[in-house]
Design a protein around this ligand. Structure first.
Ligand SMILES: [Zn+2]
Length: 483
């Protein structure tokens, strides 16, 4: 009791000292108090908000996978546009021609290997990579050559002709565990990105890559592969880690043969859209802060973490502005990008539309790293700009998202063209230790998203968007990156 009374006296003494000095407040002080109050309101509202989770459930549970060109992708465009219109945002659908690749049957079995009992074959679990061609109708049966590095691929080029080439390079989960999942994905994903085209040059009949991911539950991870322009395209698939290891063990003892059937189709490019929804600024409506995610997803799961979470939190950012009656100086613009996964045509269409007035793009945010707990903000900005953002990081303290991570390269695939043209770019910095467990698999579903993490992600997106849109002077621009 006595102790608390003493504390009261001490507090009163401090107040009596401070109050006369703090009065009257300068205009700048009043503005910074108002900014801190608005950021706190946004944070508290976000932490009590289930709208983002509801939107995510609507996308994933009622529509499901949203691969470019599919009826589901079209339904997602309609759903997001209708919801944004209902909030009173100014909505436009930006036309985008997208690749239209459709998965077919995909089966494989080992038909010959050392020690195989008569009459026995072994079924394998795999999934076609986006852009894969089909095998002949009845499938193809060939010997498998296992390759463990790109150097080995070149060194053994002569052995690859008319073979099924398995490129088996592990994903480094240790890197992911230590906060470098992006680097682990870059390294582990290289065989998928460029392995099939490289093997095609050496005359391979088909290419398999070991799945890129950190959790091995015999789940294949799909994804795009990059063919060289005008070059040969092949049947290409991701094999589960377990089956890649099985083939490695067997082929160490002698020849292994596989029968492979893939029947995907590449259809003519389809009509689709980016959804753009503006929450107009009160003073500078022509200057925009983009808040975004990508609306398309791979076709195996329901695209909850990749990237329904980004879309849902971007949508909820607009809704929070409405709910809290906030209309910052500049326009906050939701962009639900189409076709990030297998073409980035949506990003190109948006950039082409704003390129001539690039000065109107004040800043761009994209969330596309899942739905893990936010740790801070990944910022492609100057050091001085990051320092200026300190009041924002202070306002994020109660939810622990305080790491100011300055990126040397553009961040967020869809907003990358904007950043290359000088626009400061941002992405919530998320815990991605388990992102690649589910990424591009059938297990990317709503249950992987922790509602509390999504609320925190919304807080980061909305506070950042508001802060950027409200600054009297926009953040200084980045150097233009030439090709
Ligand atoms: Zn994504």
């Amino acid at each position: 009791m006595l102790r608390s009374f003493c504390r009261f006296l001490a507090a009163a003494a401090v107040l009596s000292l401070i109050s006369p000095l703090a009065w009257p407040l300068s205009e700048a002080e009043i503005a910074s108090h108002a900014e801190a109050a608005a950021l706190a309101r946004i944070r508290e509202a976000a932490m009590a908000d289930d709208y983002a989770y509801e939107r995510l459930a609507a996308l994933t549970d009622t529509i499901g996978p949203r691969l470019s060109g599919s009826p589901q992708a079209a339904a997602a465009v309609d759903q997001v546009a209708a919801e944004m219109r209902a909030l009173g945002a100014v909505v436009q659908l930006q036309p985008v021609k997208v690749p239209h690749w459709v998965r077919g049957a995909e089966t494989a079995e080992l038909t010959a290997y050392p020690g195989r009992p008569a009459g026995v074959t072994q079924k394998l679990v795999l999934t076609a990579l986006g852009g894969s061609t089909a095998t002949p109708k009845g499938g193809l049966e060939r010997e498998v050559v296992v390759i463990r590095s790109f150097a080995e691929l070149d060194a053994r080029a002569a052995e690859l002709r008319d073979r099924i080439v398995l490129i088996s390079i592990p994903f480094d989960q240790q890197l992911a565990d230590n906060g470098h999942a992006g680097i682990a994905y870059g390294q582990g994903g290289e065989p998928r990105f460029r392995g099939p085209a490289a093997a095609a040059k050496h005359g391979a009949a088909a290419v398999l890559v070991r799945s890129v991911g950190g959790a091995n539950f015999r789940l294949p991870h799909t994804g795009a592969t990059v063919w060289s322009e005008g070059g040969t395209r092949l049947p290409a698939a991701a094999l589960t880690v377990e089956d890649a290891l099985l083939i490695e063990r067997l082929s160490a003892k002698g020849p292994v043969r596989m029968k492979l059937l893939l029947t995907p189709q590449t259809l003519p490019d389809a009509d689709s859209h980016n959804v753009i929804a503006d929450w107009p600024g009160r003073e500078k409506p022509d200057e925009v802060v983009v808040v975004s995610g990508h609306l398309d997803s791979w076709d195996l799961g329901t695209g909850a973490i990749d990237d329904g979470a980004g879309i849902a939190t971007a949508m909820a950012t607009i809704r929070l502005m409405k709910e809290l009656g906030l209309q910052p100086r500049r326009t906050i613009r939701l962009v639900a990008f189409m076709n990030e996964e297998n073409g980035t045509r949506g990003a190109k269409a948006y950039f082409e539309a704003v390129q001539k007035q690039i000065g109107t793009q004040s800043a761009a945010i994209e969330s596309d790293a899942g739905a893990g707990r936010p740790l801070g903000i990944d910022a492609y900005v100057t050091a001085a700009a990051l320092k200026r953002m300190q009041p924002l990081f202070d306002a994020l303290k109660p939810i622990g998202a305080t790491v100011p991570q300055r990126s040397e390269r553009p961040t967020g695939v869809d907003i990358s063209p904007l950043q290359r043209a000088g626009v400061p770019g941002f992405e919530p910095l998320l815990d991605t230790r388990h992102y690649f467990d589910y990424h591009h698999t059938a297990a990317d579903t709503l249950d992987k998203v922790e509602p509390d993490h999504l609320r925190r992600q919304l807080a980061v997106m909305a506070m950042l968007a508001y802060w950027l849109a409200e600054q009297e002077q926009p953040l200084e621009r980045q150097p233009v990156i030439k090709e």
